[in-house]
Design a protein around this ligand. Sequence first.
Ligand code: ZN
Length: 673
Amino acid sequence: MSFINRIIPAAAMALVFTTSCNNATTPEESGFDYTVDRFADIEVLRYQVPGFEQLSLDQKKLIYHLTEAAITGRDILWDQNCRYNLPIRQMLEAVYTSYDGDRDDSQFKAFEKYLKQVEFANGIHHHYSMDKFTPEFTQEFLAAEVDKLPADVQPSDREMLFKVIFDPSFMAKRVNQAEGADLVATSACNFYEGVTQQEVEDYYAAVKDTTDLTPISYGLNSRLVKGADGKIAEDTYKIGGRYSAAIEKIVGHLNEAAKYAENETQRKTIDKLIEYYTTGDLKTFDEYSINWVGDTASQVDFINGFIESYGDPLGMRGSWESIVNFKNQEASHRTEVISDNAQWFENNSPIDPRFRKPEVKGVSAKVITAAILAGDAYPATPIGINLPNANWIRAAHGSKSVTIENITDAYDKAAHGNGFNEEFVIDQPTRELMDKYLFITDNLHTDLHECLGHGSGQLLPGVDPDALKAHGSTLEEARADLFALYYLADPKLIELGLLDSSDAYKAEYYKYMLNGLMTQLMRIEPGKDVEEAHMRNRKLIAEWAFEHGKDANVVEMITRDGKTFIQINDYEALRGLFGQLLSEIQRIKSEGDYTAGRDLVEKYAVKVDPQLHKEVLDRYAALDIAPYKGFVNPVYTPVTGSDGEITDITVSYSEDYLPQVLRYSKEYSTLVK
Ligand code: ZN
């Protein structure tokens, strides 16, 4: 299971505090209302699709049909997440829409909150923690309301649905990862039927060909079921198989979309996807993926299918998702400039020349504008994606790495004014610096990290790539981050036209130190260590630079009115420290120096100062920022001429959260009666 393929927002995006510098209007000035809804631990936002109007009519039609194909897959994910999700959704929505009592009644309010949570999670389990939601209304309230429903919408298995909703120990977790338990039996997701974890493992041990250098993604598009005869078999998601009703409709929209493909490669990609949905053959899925990764010429692009396997405790089966997008030409220019100059960056890197790559290839990465989010990418969505997942395809054919900039932009605008800056950033000039430059430096940091950082440097001959063992991913992330931090302050970026001020990098440096030393601790429970690799890497870099700059007073932690603040006294010296640490971590990687790597991680990246931790948690809690965010989609409407031909597609942003999900249930239900 590869968690690297989804870039999720750092610290629930509370750390993005700025408005864009190339588009310096604040949300208030722009008149665009980013905030849609707020309930439980969730904030729902909306995003804009800049550039859609300027696309050609054929591109708009292509996007329109692909967005229809995207929304149409919604019920598949609901059923994959838990077998009772769809009947529960039907029952809840029927009660909600027909309710004629007092809508301010506390029982109804609690019911509405629960409905919003379930809609957001595509089921009864929290999208992130995987824990089942706890209803705050009574069983009696729901029973009385269900009684009032017309007979033909009464659920047939009401007793079971009530047990699923109200019994806290029944189907308590969607994906259980706790070591020791039978992960299949203790997970409520709907990928297995009647089989134990051992039986699943035995089944795949028997069918897998371990000598195959181009293996299919076993189990990706099926449910594993033990039949009445005791035989275990895959129930494949395909036309004529499981989810056929939904997949037939998706294919119908894909056929429409194929008419407007931008070129032959894209047409072939869509055709391969249709073939895969028709046959369920995972070899065809690989052919599709290879085709897809090779299509770099099209402006419009999309994902549609069973992709990520985080929803399966055994990490094999893909949850259905779709994102339709088009390339942001202007912003992609940024990543192209960086890739084109990859060798210059490598040659000037502050590391031992023996560890530099003589010939470096920049990874092709692009910046995209999302047009629709669907399935497992809706309403909560990643901000970047790196696909395909199959390792051999990545090695032989490459991968596509994308940053979804209209989503990061919406996060950014919505976070403006949430009080985070005012609470944690030391003074007004620093806040202004961040307001002015952080949007661009954040994006450049990601570009440098992804396009160049990970690909830079080389191992000495004979060094085992896995020599750093469990600390490998933390040190690898640190290496890529340090590469990005070091170059953000380089005059080369101004020369290349990527930055327009020699002060811009300071915004990123301040944010990085503040986050690494303090604010990322808000994601850690009291008493716990830092565990996640990206968080460890940020802590390692910030703590190391803080300590090694102590004598020269480069960075200080000062206390004001009982609150701790980070003060950076010498930004240039801080850059020097980042370069020094980059050099050392590159040496550790190139030589495979496990002991030195482990010592760095253990000394700087893991242990939390309990007093500072408590302070950060208290200050953050007082801000009341929703830890999780998601998005409603825009609405696309075809405009038809007198002869019925589509003459344009318009986009509107006025739909609210509950109306949207209720409309999706009404118009795009494929697997419920
Ligand atoms: Zn990385």
